[in-house]
Write a protein that binds this ligand. Structure first.
Ligand SMILES: CC(C)(COP(=O)(O)OP(=O)(O)OC[C@H]1O[C@@H](n2cnc3c(N)ncnc32)[C@H](O)[C@@H]1OP(=O)(O)O)[C@@H](O)C(=O)NCCC(=O)NCCS
Length: 148
């Protein structure tokens, strides 16, 4: 049986686990030092997803006035397709609603169909393409928006 997923605000002691997930999921990952710096930055926010005491995913974002940019969302490979991503984006949308955010936006690799499908599930719509936006490998980004 799958134990329940809990969503919590990040604390500094979570930084090593988040850095590990970054390495597992991205070709140009944030380091633990980067993450500690972002936790201290007032425009940044992070939520972590836990099953029992293990961190299995996280979402990071920035908020400037009434606009929120999702920077990354990731689930550790062994915990995918269990609802962790949906729980994280759901928690972020609740937070955004409660904190005066009117628009959310993000960039995602054009080939990243799992993430694009996750974002569409919450009503994000593609609004443009940024050519060769990513490196390692070079790839276009799809720009997606959600007005709330
Ligand atoms: C994208 C990602 C965060 C989804 O996390 P997850 O915990 O597996 O997501 P969930 O189990 O909550 O699934 C939510 C939805 O995502 C979509 N999805 C997830 N995995 C998918 C897959 N392999 N193929 C297609 N759609 C998928 C589906 O729409 C799914 O909804 P459903 O279960 O009702 O079909 C995860 O695949 C991941 O960490 N990928 C690597 C990091 C990354 O690319 N992040 C995005 C950066 S912008």
């Amino acid at each position: 049986m799958i134990n329940s997923i809990r969503i919590e605000k990040i604390t500094k002691k979570d930084a090593p686990s988040v850095a590990k997930i970054e390495k597992e999921c991205f070709s140009t990952p944030f380091s633990e030092a980067d993450i500690l710096g972002y936790i201290d930055n007032p425009i940044w926010g992070f939520f972590v997803a836990k099953i029992d005491e293990s961190i299995v995913g996280y979402v990071s974002f920035t908020q400037i006035i009434d606009e929120c940019q999702i920077v990354n969302v990731a689930t550790t490979p062994s915990a995918r397709k269990m609802g962790v991503g949906k729980s994280l984006i759901g928690a972020l949308l609740s937070y955004a609603n409660e904190n005066g955010c009117k628009k959310l936006f993000l960039e995602v690799r054009e080939s990243n169909l799992p993430a694009i499908s996750l974002y569409r599930k919450f009503g994000f719509i593609p609004v443009g393409i940024s050519k060769n936006h990513y490196s390692q490998p070079t790839e276009n980004a799809v720009l997606m928006n959600l007005e709330i």
